[in-house]
Design a binder for this molecule. Structure first.
Ligand code: BGC
Length: 749
């Protein structure tokens, strides 16, 4: 605890001072550490041979690239990302290396982190992850992932921070800073427009400039400009017919020129496709799986990378000068000096108590109480019988899902969490399987060791659960998705919004049998809930990592008061989703020609993603963006601003928040802006500020929320810049996008 507090205190100042102070104690043989980073970069660059320069800009193994041994620069190790440090694989194979020191803490998935709406926790998350990375000798973590949740079918939404560019921006910056504060680079991914998994290597996204700048880029821009991210990963897909790993417009123009990014652009694994583009269009380091987009291997594969021997040969033949090469190497060296060569780095820790505490706190604060009719929750366990149902009550969720799969020191399941919490009480817990989903439990050679096999039919499983439910005081179902293909998993998107494995039948049957039925949904995506009215309590439990069961027990028993808020709109069905309102052309796209090489996907909903779409269409989602209940109640009132006019767009609002219930709790005060009249169509409202507050029963706090001109602006396609038009605006404040209890009007001069 002391350690974490110290970190939080030092957090703001540490990253500024980290690299300006250089110790003379350990000067390597060849490089002069007294010089600042830029001088050291130039010094090293001037000493490197062509072959050495080529070596540092491409992979030499699945997750490493070469340093320059002759100059005392060690190899550079990266690793996934983003929820914990991935276990080591073999040098050039995906199989496990079989290390015994790579069992990590799994932190909650980033959807849960975003649902905390707590930037300080995000800093703590990044810092803890950084310490785990340091212990494991990794200089760059391949994360965070911040692609926008465009459709609830998105296979990797669980790894991202939801649908809103502002929320994503506020949460990504501290993650990056926390991670980098210990000298580990973040590699913010997947830049950009990687909102579909199914055809991720072939999708060419067509999107308006407005939607690009207003929805899909702000998170990356904030990570780079405010977070000062040292790495960015190019995405697999195409934009303007160029792959995003070497894209003139997104990398050279926007990222490097407009935003001033000075770190490295790393290709997604196997995401480079062309030598000339790889040389000229902003790619700095090529990583991947063999050479031709994740398909074929060769024994000397790394030599065959675009930024490898063929680039060297082309330079020697005079096709390229070393201008582009030197620029790439500069960025790589800068990254070395920020990370591996940074002598001020603190020590790393794996699986420290503080990391578990952070994981638990993030989980507690991110779990969302979606519905609580009749105050069924929190449970009152004394003398009661609780029936726990569902595969997700016992299934390990940290293994699977693709590159974010982890090998954990421990993962506490929801059932174990409840059993542990209630073990010294007179409450009885029973378990019924209810449904059988995916029993395989292994990813890339990491196995959960769980035997989840059950050969009973769905009817038998439901009958058993219903029978037990009849005599229980509470039924708690843990269902949802898992990390199997076509669910919350890399490589494919979901095929429908429905719950898999016949869970709807199970939930309906249990809700009929027992009026105190609680459904806990484990997923990173919204699922359809045709039984919503029959089930009194619904909790969104995300993928919570190592402390999943502990944190869920904290919430269900009321040891912790829920305070998570949805980072995306919980649409009732796909018909309510903008991306699904324009046919195949908008999702998943239409093949160009017969060869199936490129599939064009046009984001026809434009800027109207998530609540921007439901607002525009006047739809009522199952649960709104920013929604989340508590075991206490809050009143948000008395919104005021000092001025009712602004010349520069800067505005300060004050609002009172009162805990009107009987338990201490946290609320998230959210401010949305409406542009009353504008020359272009604007969203009905957009999130522009928020703050999480903790209040004792009866306590009132005044919260200050500020906005600036950017909060009033739209991306003007005529001038290629942000523009705020003078006139009237409305600021709405409340604690969910559909519970905005206060408003004030103001004018921009
Ligand atoms: C994923 C990245 C990941 C990389 C390395 C790719 O397939 O898209 O997110 O970091 O593999 O595992």
């Amino acid at each position: 605890m002391k350690h974490r507090l110290a970190f939080l205190l030092l957090f703001a100042i540490f990253h500024f001072s980290l690299f300006t102070f250089h110790s003379l104690a350990q000067v390597p043989v060849y490089l002069d550490q007294t010089k600042d980073i830029e001088a050291r970069v130039e010094d090293a660059l001037a000493r490197m041979t062509l072959a050495e320069k080529i070596d540092v800009i491409h992979a030499q193994s699945k997750f490493s690239s070469a340093g320059v041994k002759r100059l005392g620069l060690p190899d550079f190790w990266t690793d996934d990302g983003p929820h914990g440090v991935r276990p080591d694989v073999l040098w050039d194979e995906w199989e496990q290396a079989g290390q015994t020191n790579d069992s990590c803490v799994a932190f909650p998935a980033l959807t849960c982190l975003a649902a905390t709406w707590n930037p300080m926790l995000s800093a703590e998350y990044g810092h803890a992850l950084g310490e785990e990375a340091l212990y494991r000798g990794k200089s760059m973590i391949l994360g965070p992932g911040i692609n926008i949740y465009r459709t609830p079918l998105g296979g990797r939404n669980f790894e991202y921070m939801g649908e809103d560019p502002y929320l994503t921006s506020r949460m990504v910056v501290p993650y990056v800073q926390g991670l980098q504060s210990v000298g580990v680079a973040s590699c913010v991914k997947h830049y950009c427009l990687n909102n579909e998994e199914e055809y991720r290597h072939k999708v060419n996204v067509i999107v308006s400039d407005r939607a690009l700048h207003e929805i899909y880029l702000p998170g990356f821009e904030a990570a780079v400009k405010e977070g000062k991210a040292w790495g960015v990963m190019g995405a697999y897909n195409l934009y303007k017919d160029e792959h995003n790993c070497h894209n003139q417009y997104t990398l050279n123009k926007i990222l490097k020129q407009d935003w001033g990014f000075d770190g490295v652009v790393v290709s997604d694994w196997g995401g480079a496709h062309d030598l000339d583009q790889a040389v000229k269009n902003g790619l700095d380091m090529e990583f991947g799986t063999w050479t031709n987009g994740l398909s074929e291997g060769a024994s000397n594969a790394y030599d065959m990378y675009y930024l490898s021997k063929q680039y060297q040969k082309a330079i020697l033949e005079g096709k390229y000068t070393t201008k582009e090469l030197d620029e790439k190497v500069r960025r790589v060296l800068r990254t070395f000096f920020r990370t591996t060569m940074n002598k001020q780095k603190p020590y790393g820790f794996l699986c420290s108590e503080e990391h578990y505490q952070t994981a638990r706190l993030v989980a507690q604060q991110g779990i969302v109480l979606l519905q609580n009719e009749g105050d069924v929750l929190p449970i009152e366990p004394q003398g009661k019988k609780i029936l726990v149902v569902g595969e997700n009550a016992i299934k390990m969720m940290t293994v699977g899902g693709g590159s974010s799969s982890l090998k954990v020191q421990h993962e506490i399941s929801p059932l174990q969490g409840l059993q542990e919490r209630l073990k010294n009480t007179d409450c009885q817990i029973e378990y019924a399987r209810g449904y059988v989903g995916d029993t395989s439990g292994n990813y890339n050679g990491v196995t959960t060791g769980q035997n989840l096999k059950d050969d009973r039919s769905p009817e038998e499983l439901i009958a058993e659960a219903v029978e037990k439910a009849k005599t229980a005081d509470y039924v708690i179902i843990f269902g949802g998705l898992n990390k199997s293909d076509y669910q919350d998993s890399e490589g494919h998107d979901r095929k429908t919004m429905d719950l898999p494995y016949g869970q709807d039948n199970l939930i309906k049957a249990l809700a009929t049998a027992n009026k105190n039925t609680i459904y806990v949904n484990i997923s990173g995506n919204a699922v359809s809930m045709p039984w919503k009215k029959q089930v009194p309590a619904i909790v969104q439990g995300w993928f919570l990592g190592s402390e999943a069961g502990t944190a869920l027990a904290d919430i269900l028993t009321g040891d912790a008061n829920p305070c998570g808020k949805l980072p995306f709109t919980w649409h009732e069905s796909l018909e309510q989703v903008g991306a699904h309102s324009f046919g195949e052309a908008a999702f998943p796209g239409i093949w160009r020609g017969g060869e199936k090489k490129i599939i064009d996907e046009e984001y026809k909903e434009g800027i109207f993603v998530g609540y921007r779409w439901t607002d525009k269409q006047k739809l009522k989602p199952t649960f709104a963006f920013g929604h989340g209940l508590s075991y206490t109640t809050f009143k948000v009132s008395n919104l005021r601003s000092e001025f009712d006019e602004t010349a520069d767009g800067n505005m300060t609002f004050k609002v009172d928040v009162t805990n009107t219930g009987s338990r201490p709790g946290c609320d998230v005060v959210q401010l949305y802006i409406t542009d009353v009249k504008c020359s272009v169509e604007r969203p009905v409202k957009e999130l522009k500020a928020f703050q999480k507050v903790t209040l004792k029963p009866g306590e009132t706090q005044t919260v200050t929320l500020t906005t600036d001109k950017r909060a009033l602006s739209f991306w003007d396609e005529q001038t290629d810049n942000w523009k705020a038009e003078p006139g009237e605006f409305i600021a709405w404040v409340g604690d969910a996008s559909d519970r905005l209890t206060c408003k004030v009007k103001f004018k921009l001069q």
